[in-house]
Write a protein that binds this ligand. Structure first.
Ligand code: COA
Length: 204
């Protein structure tokens, strides 16, 4: 057992009834970013998932795990964002519509929980509209104010801040610390260029 106080993934998650064949999961590589970008943003319009830019996905591609078929066809993805040893967050977990119900989502989530365990993270959190799926994997509903890091990272800039229909969930003890907070530093002013300070490029 790891030294984290999370219940080991293998002992706690889902009925995990065996499925014939199905998806395999692996850490994402940069060439997966296009597939991840298209699938995640196909579900961002109705608020199921947070919109993520292509640049953001490339920058954070090491957070992602992907599921693929035996022949290597991309089926879905999920990400584990690390705040610190006290907290991680499952983000952008999604399976293509045609691959749902065959175990890919569960395998992705289990892989992310094992990753959190390997990092010694004590609490894994997420915000969702489908808590029932996550109950299968040992998550419980918690008060969102117990997760200030998440609020500072995403909620404060979210257009749904005061009309959020997502449920906060956690697996493991709620952290007593947070590493994020309101910015203490005022936005630096942009350097003002003096008129005539730019030397025009000579034209012939
Ligand atoms: C949620 C999602 C990732 C599940 O993927 P999936 O591949 O269909 O899930 P699995 O087949 O691995 O199911 C694992 C278990 O969860 C259950 N389950 C799956 N979807 C569920 C749901 N929406 N509600 C409750 N239970 C669900 C399954 O019955 C299965 O239980 P079992 O092991 O007892 O048979 C997928 O439905 C999806 O992409 N949804 C849209 C995106 C989304 O809402 N993501 C969550 C954002 S927080």
């Amino acid at each position: 057992m790891s030294n984290s106080s999370l219940m080991p993934v293998s002992e706690s998650t889902s009925s995990s009834r065996p499925r014939v064949g199905g998806a395999t999961v692996r850490k994402a590589k940069l060439p997966d970013a296009v597939n991840i970008f298209e699938l995640v943003n196909s579900l961002s319009g109705d608020g199921t998932l947070l919109r993520r830019s292509y640049a953001e996905i490339c920058e954070n591609v090491r957070d992602f795990t992907v599921a693929e078929s035996e022949s290597g066809v991309f089926l879905g993805c999920g990400a584990l964002h690390l705040y610190g040893p006290h907290l991680a967050e499952v983000r952008s977990i999604v399976v293509k519509p045609e691959a749902k119900g065959q175990g890919a989502g569960g395998r992705l989530l289990r892989a992310l929980l094992i990753e959190a365990e390997e990092h010694g993270v004590t609490c894994v959190s997420l915000f969702t509209r489908i808590p029932d799926f996550f109950f299968h994997f040992g998550f419980r509903v918690v008060d969102r104010t117990a997760l200030p890091d998440k609020i500072y990272k995403d909620c404060q800039t979210c257009p749904r801040l005061y009309a959020c229909d997502e449920v906060a969930m956690a697996r493991g003890p709620i952290p007593r610390i947070a590493v994020l907070g309101p910015s203490r530093f005022p936005q630096p002013e942009l350097v003002k260029l003096q008129a005539g300070s730019i030397v025009p490029t000579p034209t012939k």
